[in-house]
Design a protein around this ligand. Structure first.
Ligand SMILES: [Fe+2]
Ligand SMILES: [Fe+2]
Length: 237
């Protein structure tokens, strides 16, 4: 009886110890993975960061497109809207976003001997883009708006495929050729540079500036881009 009691006590203790061990192991592994929600949200991966910046570029292209359409129809547009758009391109896209690509992404591909043809074209397009921006800025107040329209259209035509190619080919390939550690530290480096150049919440401020331009041009409301299809169906016509 005594032996049974001891055995029962032994089994109870063993079970409790195993439980404690399992619980602490579970807790430890969770602790290792746990990142405070705020901290986690602050970290933006490199490709997402660059793609958000392309979002800013695409929204400026929408303004360029609106202005180009107005010139075609002989309508006026607020010159400040075009000046501010070109200024965002010059400072945020050419002076920051493209600089990151030129300083950190392109040399890495060149060193690895990968995507060299693509990188070469992308570099040439950055250079052409900077020239076009200078020409757009110079021509904003010119009387003959057809030349200005030509520059705006060329910029639009080049950057739509440029950004799309980077989003779908360059950035995914870049993720493959750098280590997780390098990728993370690069993300932090990009954040630091953004803060250094544009202050706290630089991206958000840039989006607000773009929104302001869209409002000036009357293209801010997203619903304004939805086609009116009432009464039309795929079976009609
Ligand atoms: Fe680029
Ligand atoms: Fe880009």
């Amino acid at each position: 009886m005594m032996i049974y009691k001891d055995r029962r006590k032994f089994l109870k203790t063993a079970c409790m110890m195993a439980g404690t061990l399992l619980f602490s192991k579970f807790n430890d592994s969770n602790a290792a993975r746990y990142v405070p929600r705020d901290e986690e949200e602050k970290k933006v991966p490199v490709s997402e960061d660059l793609m958000r910046e392309h979002g800013v570029l695409r929204r400026v292209l929408l303004s360029y497109n609106e202005i180009s359409g107005r010139i075609l129809k002989g309508k006026n547009f607020p010159p400040e809207a075009l000046k501010n758009s070109a200024e965002i391109i010059r400072s945020f896209i050419e002076g920051y976003h493209e600089k990151l690509e030129e300083d950190y992404l392109f040399p890495r591909f060149e060193r690895e001997g990968k995507m060299e043809d693509l990188v070469k074209v992308l570099k040439q397009q950055h250079e052409a883009g900077r020239k076009l921006t200078a020409l757009i800025m110079k021509s904003v107040d010119s009387k003959d708006k057809r030349v200005l329209k030509g520059y705006i259209d060329e910029f639009h035509r080049m950057y739509t495929p440029h950004a799309a190619r980077e989003d779908t080919v360059l950035f995914p390939e870049f993720r493959k050729i750098v280590s997780d550690k390098e990728y993370d530290s690069l993300g932090e480096e990009f954040e630091r540079k953004e803060k250094q150049m544009f202050g706290e919440s630089g991206f958000e401020k840039m989006v607000q500036r773009v929104e302001q331009i869209e409002k000036e041009l009357g293209i801010y409301e997203l619903s304004g881009f939805t086609p009116r299809l009432s009464g039309k169906s795929a079976n009609n016509g």
